[in-house]
Design a protein around this ligand. Structure first.
Ligand code: 5GP
Length: 192
């Protein structure tokens, strides 16, 4: 998506550890007009998928997913980071390794909000190794739902998450795929 790539080129900064910072328009300050254009693109790409729910993960997926939910006119659920254990069995849980914080944490989704018959579009801001999306897939599939697509704003194509999920048959639609980036020069290259 040209609009997103242009914005990354202009405002994105490359940090050590292969982290791309896009705080000025995606995950701190948010450009909701850009989110709308992204949501409309996914709406076109997944028009045939029968999406009836959007699922994302706390925190930076929520802003984007909210606009996507409005575009599809379906509810939006976000997996919550949780300290507490699933004592009464009312939630699905997954353990996720945080790429940016380099630690594991648990996320939960209430059994009330995902279940059999749901056709879910997963949304997130970034894909790196795919841990966040694999955790959400686990939760949705344990609930008996179908993951009909995965919409990612920025995929780092030199990390394995996207390729692994596509190889397993998931429909991954990344609006910008970074082929390489260099924290010394600040150079960012996109996949054509
Ligand atoms: P994964 O689980 O695919 O390894 O990493 C994806 C998650 O880590 C996303 O939810 C995102 O919040 C965070 N993340 C991974 N790489 C980056 C990055 O380069 N920049 C930012 N801002 N977040 C990232």
């Amino acid at each position: 998506m040209e609009l997103l790539e242009e914005r990354i080129r202009k405002e994105g900064t490359v940090k050590p550890g292969q982290v791309l910072k896009v705080d000025s328009f995606i995950n701190h300050q948010m450009d909701v007009k850009l989110f709308r254009a992204m949501a409309q693109q996914w709406k076109r790409d997944f028009a045939d998928a029968g999406v009836n729910k959007i699922v994302t993960i706390e925190a930076s997926g929520i802003g984007i997913a909210a606009i996507v939910g409005e575009e599809f006119d379906v509810p939006v659920v976000f997996a919550k980071k949780s300290q507490s254990i699933n004592l009464d069995g009312s939630v699905y849980t997954a353990k996720i390794h945080s790429y940016t914080h380099q630690r594991d944490y648990d996320v939960i989704v209430s059994k009330k909000y995902v279940g059999p018959g749901d056709r879910i579009l997963l949304i997130d801001d970034f894909m790196a190794n795919g841990c966040a999306m694999n955790g959400l897939i686990d939760i949705c599939e344990t609930a008996g739902a179908t993951v009909v697509g995965i919409g990612i704003a920025i995929e780092k194509g030199f990390q394995p998450g996207g390729a692994d999920l596509r190889a397993r048959g998931y429909r991954v639609d990344s609006l910008a795929i970074v082929e390489s980036m260099d924290d010394a020069t600040g150079r960012i290259e996109f996949r054509a």
